[in-house]
Design a binder for this molecule. Structure first.
Ligand SMILES: [Cu+2]
Length: 540
């Protein structure tokens, strides 16, 4: 079988090719001899020998006004009708007119493809096999040539997806995915070796595997999860003030970011998934009695070898604050040898200098070839730079953060209303102090609080709102990079709604009673065009 060298191109070339990239400043450079750097990119040169590319669409999905709910495709989802080996999956969204929706209008918060006909490795078979995941970073999964994910046309697939409508307008959307498959009848299929998905997740097994990043948390403006978190895996029922609704057997207090390797083999490839604010995900392995190479161990853990950093490369001009990002995947011939009993682990690093990040994720789906031999990570430095799986995407061009005096008022300059005790949210508007309409702002006497009530929550599935502090006056234009939770004094209501994750399981929230006097501006994390303000006034 002939091997095709993956084509690696410098990022400057990609920036030029990217459609209507508002931020491209690259000058033409020849795609020089492939030199791998953190910003090198794997170009799509079409299906590998023997493979065919098949396009699938799941939809139309009715996207309700402002929805942010998690849904499952209970019916089977479209998939190949032939047996074979899956070698690449590239995901996307499309609207009825065929265009990709702008990320500030509708985006795929996450999609997880599960094979109901197989058992998931890292949850000990408690879940069906999770073999592909994507968020709005749209990472492409690609196995090294010679390996494939065994696929049977009789397999039953399920799609778990969370579509986020950032506006109050309904729409229809399709989740699309291009699958490269080597049919079992192709001559190339005879030499393909099987690969299995190894789902690594800092909240593995959680129904909604998320965590919050406090502004200023961690060290030097970086917050590593779970390492910098306090009791990250304490079962929810043990946390004070939480009702005991947690019946997940995987929520048993054990670290969720680790997996004890169940058989010998090699890791072939991995790439990270994270959310805006995320800087990288890292993978490590601990082996009893082994010592990692100097400079290639987990900081403070000489027995734990560093395997890979999946770097979040932001095209976003405002910094690490949006989905305008691409992740690096492992370089060619990574081939990390694992032994049964090794402890594989991951963590993820978020920027905590600029803002707080709520409901963040850290996931690395790796692919493992059982029984193969490769690089011993304790004698070979395998943590080399990776390759970006895609360039800047045109659907990320509305960055926001521009002056928008026609859309929002500067609440710091508005007169005060008499003290109030309740603000309702009706039809995507805060009833008092909404920055799109206000000419005065509500007040609360220091030591008291204002209760927010989401009246939109009962209207339908998924119209959930938040009250999230942003730095005053928080009046710039809405886009993928603005607003963010960057206030000096942080508060966040959670998603006001009921019905399980991602909601807070309540429709109301009260402002903290310890806020010093001042004007506080906030936004809705789900519908960032929603902005509001209130003022804390001193006791008379
Ligand atoms: Cu909202």
């Amino acid at each position: 079988m002939s091997r095709v060298t993956r084509v690696i191109v410098p990022l400057s070339v990609v920036a030029l090719v990217a459609t209507a990239c508002a931020t491209s400043t690259g000058t033409a450079k020849k795609p020089a001899t492939a030199k791998v750097t953190e910003t090198s990119l794997i170009a799509d040169t079409g299906p590998e020998p023997g493979a065919v590319r098949q396009h699938f669409e799941f939809g139309p999905i009715d996207v309700k006004p402002g929805q942010n709910n998690i849904a499952y495709s209970f019916a089977g989802i479209p998939k190949p009708s032939i047996d074979g080996w899956i070698v690449r999956i590239a995901p996307n969204l499309r609207l009825a007119d065929g265009t990709v929706p702008p990320v500030d209008v509708i985006h795929l918060h996450h999609g997880v493809w599960l094979n109901m006909s197989a058992k998931d490795a890292t949850t000990g078979g408690a879940l069906p096999e999770r073999f592909f995941a994507v968020g709005e970073e749209k990472t492409i999964m690609m196995l090294p040539q010679g390996y494939g994910y065994a696929y049977h046309a009789s397999d039953h697939w399920l799609l778990n997806y969370m579509l986020h409508n950032l506006t109050s307008k309904p729409d229809k959307v399709w989740i699309t995915y291009d699958i490269d498959i080597i049919p079992s009848t192709a001559p190339e299929a005879a030499t393909i070796k099987p690969a299995r998905p190894i789902w690594m997740d800092v909240q593995n097994g959680s129904a909604y595997p998320v965590f919050d990043v406090p502004k200023g948390g961690g060290q030097n403006g970086k917050y590593v999860y779970p390492d910098d978190a306090v009791d990250p895996y304490k079962p929810a029922r043990q946390r004070p003030g939480r009702r005991s609704r947690n019946t997940n057997p995987l929520d048993n207090g054990a670290p969720k970011n680790q997996w004890v390797v169940d058989q010998d083999g090699i890791l072939l490839t991995t790439a990270g998934h994270l959310h805006p604010g995320g800087l990288q995900t890292d993978m490590y392995v601990q082996r009893a009695g082994a010592t990692a190479l100097k400079g290639h161990s987990k900081p403070g853990h000489p027995d734990t070898a560093h395997l890979f950093t999946s770097v979040a490369h932001y095209y976003e001009p405002l910094g690490p604050v949006s989905w305008d990002v691409s992740m690096t995947g492992t370089p060619p011939n990574w081939n990390v040898q694992l032994h049964k009993g090794d402890v594989l682990s991951i963590n993820t690093t978020y920027d905590s200098a600029r803002a707080a990040w709520y409901e963040g994720m850290g996931i690395m789906v790796a692919w493992m070839a059982p029984g193969e031999n490769g690089n011993n990570p304790f004698t070979t430095a395998v943590d080399k730079p990776g390759l970006l799986t895609h360039g800047h995407l045109a659907e990320n061009n509305n960055h926001g953060g521009q002056p928008a005096p026609n859309d929002y008022v500067d609440a710091t300059k508005l007169p005060s209303q008499p003290p109030t005790d309740t603000i309702y949210i009706d039809n995507f508007v805060y009833s008092k102090g909404d920055l799109s309409v206000a000419n005065s702002i509500p007040t609360v006497v220091q030591g008291n609080s204002i209760k927010f009530v989401n009246n939109d929550a009962p209207l339908g599935n998924g119209i959930w709102h938040t009250i999230t502090a942003c730095q005053a006056p928080c009046d710039l234009s809405t886009g993928i990079g603005y607003p963010i939770a960057n206030a000096a004094i942080q508060f966040d209501s959670g998603e006001l709604g009921t019905g399980g994750p991602p909601t807070a399981n309540r429709v109301d929230w009260s402002t903290p009673t310890d806020l010093p006097p001042g004007t506080y501006t906030y936004f809705c994390r789900i519908h960032p065009f929603m902005r509001g303000a209130f003022r804390v006034v001193p006791k008379a």
